[in-house]
Design a protein around this ligand. Structure first.
Ligand code: AMP
Length: 112
């Protein structure tokens, strides 16, 4: 069964796509937790970080290198936070790996 992110990727559900390349795409989060809240999603439906395999290393590094580019495009030169929620206890709600890119306000630590 397709996740909501696969449906967005396939154009079955509308979304504001802000970045796309051959490996990943990025959308605006529907329930933003900061003035800028982007989700960076690999096309490959890796369920979560803990399910990533050695063969996914290039995808993971690609995501990490894409994140600051997207943050810059979104005007977050001053800083941004990246978050991956892995598992229910961490707050994961969509079982398709995604990196939250958050910015545009002062972040607190520790996170909730
Ligand atoms: P997580 O809780 O880490 O699994 O993150 C899932 C994120 O997906 C949440 O921040 C949701 O607000 C977001 N989300 C769910 N459905 C959509 C959608 N249709 N378009 C954009 N973001 C969504």
């Amino acid at each position: 069964m397709k996740t909501i992110f696969q449906k967005i990727m396939d154009g079955e559900i509308p979304s504001e796509i802000v970045y796309r390349d051959g490996v990943c795409f990025a959308i605006k989060d529907i329930n933003p937790q900061a003035p800028v809240h982007i989700l960076l999603i690999p096309a490959k439906p890796i369920a979560r970080l803990a399910e990533a395999k050695e063969e996914d290393a290039e995808i993971l590094s690609h995501l990490m290198l894409a994140a600051p580019k997207i943050a810059k495009e979104q005007g977050l030169e001053g800083g941004f936070r990246v978050v991956i929620n892995n598992g229910l206890i961490a707050g994961e709600t969509v079982p398709h790996l995604h990196i939250h890119i958050l910015g545009g306000r002062q972040m607190a630590w520790p996170p909730g």
